[in-house]
Design a protein around this ligand. Sequence first.
Ligand SMILES: [Zn+2]
Length: 151
Amino acid sequence: MAITDKIYVKNHQQLASQLETSIPKGAFKGATLDILFQGEGLEKLDDATRDRVLDFAQDFLDCDCDNNPYCGCPERKFMRYLLELRAQGLGPDAIVDVMSDDYMLYAYPGDVLSFLDDAVRTLEAAEGLARVDGASEKHEEIRRVKRDLAK
Ligand SMILES: [Zn+2]
């Protein structure tokens, strides 16, 4: 399961009752994305909640793909967001705090940790390939990203 399958809407019940509809708990579930993407009923949310929901839509659902929000961009962007927080030196617990402040989302720190570990391993594999290819610029870049993530 991808990390984005383990990102949840905080106060999910409260959000659903404000929207007067039921939404899945998973932030990246189709029905949740639909509501965010179409923006239907968002005027019923209290200000603080609406701001965060709109920030999420703006930051992750803003691509021009025809099949938006099912194009995979939201998930990719969210993973990049997690990696950027890690590169800023945040650990899993702090990352969960930040996503909660930014977007009213939460995840289990253990899941975030596994995701970060996997990302570092994927980069290691890519680094090995780049070395074999003799693509030294690519190799340097991957090493730099990895160093940022591992600090
Ligand atoms: Zn897209």
